[in-house]
Write a protein that binds this ligand. Structure first.
Ligand code: FES
Ligand code: FES
Length: 180
């Protein structure tokens, strides 16, 4: 009887190959099968644990990273598709020893219970505010609606996004960032 596991085990698509990536401003090389999901490479090979494994199906948002500035789900991206792109994880957001203003706003507003969703909430907010510095309430809700929070911290998260927008606008204009 033919062993039908053998063709899979010998499938050249599963053989590890070298991929050059740019992650948080650094060039790195990883060995992985081309179809390996970016999330696994980030967490297992590069020890970047900001992106979280939630559903593994592109439906919850906990694994979000920025790819060329767009908030995308790393559990749904094969590593081969990330070659040549600029990947930013939660670990790469801050600069000069400081957290990113969006991270600071989420902390200031206590926008977490277990915190599992926050990686996706924060990175989605960073992408939103880069494209739209003064989003309406409806635009904020629309941007975050596919990011799930099973703790039900939505009110605090929405407040944090508004506060983050105010902080970033203030940083641009040099004012104190308080919401009017
Ligand atoms: S783990 Fe990627 S969207 Fe849920
Ligand atoms: S704070 Fe727990 S899932 Fe959002």
């Amino acid at each position: 009887m033919q062993d039908d596991r053998r063709p899979v085990a010998n499938d050249p698509r599963l053989a590890p190959v070298r991929h050059g990536l740019t992650v948080n401003g650094r060039s790195v090389a990883v060995e992985a099968a081309p179809g390996t999901r970016l999330l696994y490479v980030l967490r297992n090979d590069l020890a970047l644990n900001g992106p979280k494994y939630g559903c593994g199906l592109g439906q919850c948002g906990s694994c979000t990273v920025l790819v060329d500035g767009r908030a995308l789900r790393s559990c749904a991206i094969p590593v081969r598709a990330a070659v040549g792109r600029r990947i930013t994880t939660l670990e790469g957001l801050g600069s000069g020893g400081r957290l990113h203003p969006v991270q600071e706003a989420f902390i200031a507003e206590n926008a977490a219970q277990c915190g599992y969703c926050l990686n996706g909430m924060i990175l989605t907010t960073v992408a939103l505010l880069a494209a739209n510095p003064d989003p309406s309430e409806a635009e904020i809700r629309s941007s975050l609606q596919a990011n799930l929070c099973r703790c039900g911290t939505h009110i605090e998260i929405l407040r944090a996004v508004r506060a983050a927008a105010a902080r970033l606008r203030a940083a641009r204009t040099g004012s104190d960032g308080g919401e009017a």
